[in-house]
Design a protein around this ligand. Structure first.
Ligand SMILES: C[S@@+](CC[C@H](N)C(=O)[O-])C[C@H]1O[C@@H](n2cnc3c(N)ncnc32)[C@H](O)[C@@H]1O
Length: 254
């Protein structure tokens, strides 16, 4: 398949790069928080979370397959020239996988943080088959409230300065990062897993990944995931590694 068919790197011309120096700047929690929500020393995105829906700490969502040891071995494999500073997770739900990563960063990678991109509106399986429906926690008015569960879970684990949520679709999130030239060293893709959509996400997020970095994802056992990931590695001539259902792609440094 010719690569230009899925070259999705272009962004609308009136929203081209906002970074005036044209040199990617260091991405920090405070910088991204300030752009999205204002100065975190004045008001942190977590400050009002307790007010809504009476959520209490709950990590019982059962489908988190990322484990601490897998994550540690992945980040130890980024190129030695890269400093691990900025991770993006696409698809966070109640925050279980984000917490696993956040606790590792807090212990061993001071100054680093995770941007969690999610609509917090769930996926098809949740809406159609009512899989983990209770965790989506749809209000009487028909709106999922799992975002507030995410906030409470992060607060209760003291990860509020390491994990930053942003309620965007995966595509919008990628455009946001591209606009500011915020390029992560590690990306974890665990969103809707719909065929075609996964290929678009792969293409957009691969472009954002720093050379030498790692993009990994969940659910290799899903046919749709395998289909899009295999298409992508064929197009880019990449080799893939697996750890149980986690699949891993490393971007070459040059
Ligand atoms: C399987 S859950 C993520 C689970 C989490 N990574 C864990 O292991 O605990 C999938 C998440 O992807 C989100 N999602 C689905 N489609 C999305 C899209 N197009 N953009 C952003 N998030 C999306 C859903 O709202 C849901 O929270």
């Amino acid at each position: 398949m010719p690569e230009e068919i899925i070259d999705l790197n272009a962004i609308a011309t009136d929203r081209h790069s906002i970074n005036s120096s044209d040199k990617p700047k260091e991405v920090t929690f405070n910088r991204v928080h300030s752009i999205l929500y204002g100065d975190p020393s004045t008001k942190l995105i977590y400050d009002n979370a307790q007010k809504y829906f009476n959520k209490t700490f709950d990590q019982t969502y059962p489908h988190t397959f990322l484990k601490e040891d897998i994550f540690i071995s992945i980040i130890q494999n980024i190129h030695p020239l890269l400093k691990l500073q900025f991770i993006v997770e696409v698809g966070s739900f109640t925050g279980n996988s984000a917490s696993i990563m956040g606790n590792v960063l807090k212990k061993s990678y001071p100054g680093s943080f995770i941007l969690c991109i999610d609509t917090w509106l769930g996926d098809l399986n949740m809406w159609v088959n009512k899989v983990v429906w209770k965790h989506l926690s749809v209000s009487d008015d028909g709106r999922p409230t799992v975002y507030y569960q995410f906030l409470i879970n992060i607060i209760k684990q003291n990860l509020t300065e390491i994990i930053l949520p942003v309620s965007m679709t995966s595509i919008l999130g990628a455009r946001f990062l591209q606009t500011y030239q915020f390029y992560p060293q590690v990306i974890y893709l665990d969103s809707a897993h719909e065929q075609g959509e996964t290929l678009i996400e792969l293409s957009l997020y691969w472009n954002l990944l720093q050379p030498g970095g790692i993009l990994f994802g969940d659910d290799w056992n899903w046919r749709v995931v395998r289909c899009d990931v295999k298409k992508f590695i064929y197009m880019k001539n990449l080799t893939i590694q697996h750890f149980k259902r986690i699949w891993i792609l490393k971007k070459s440094i040059d």
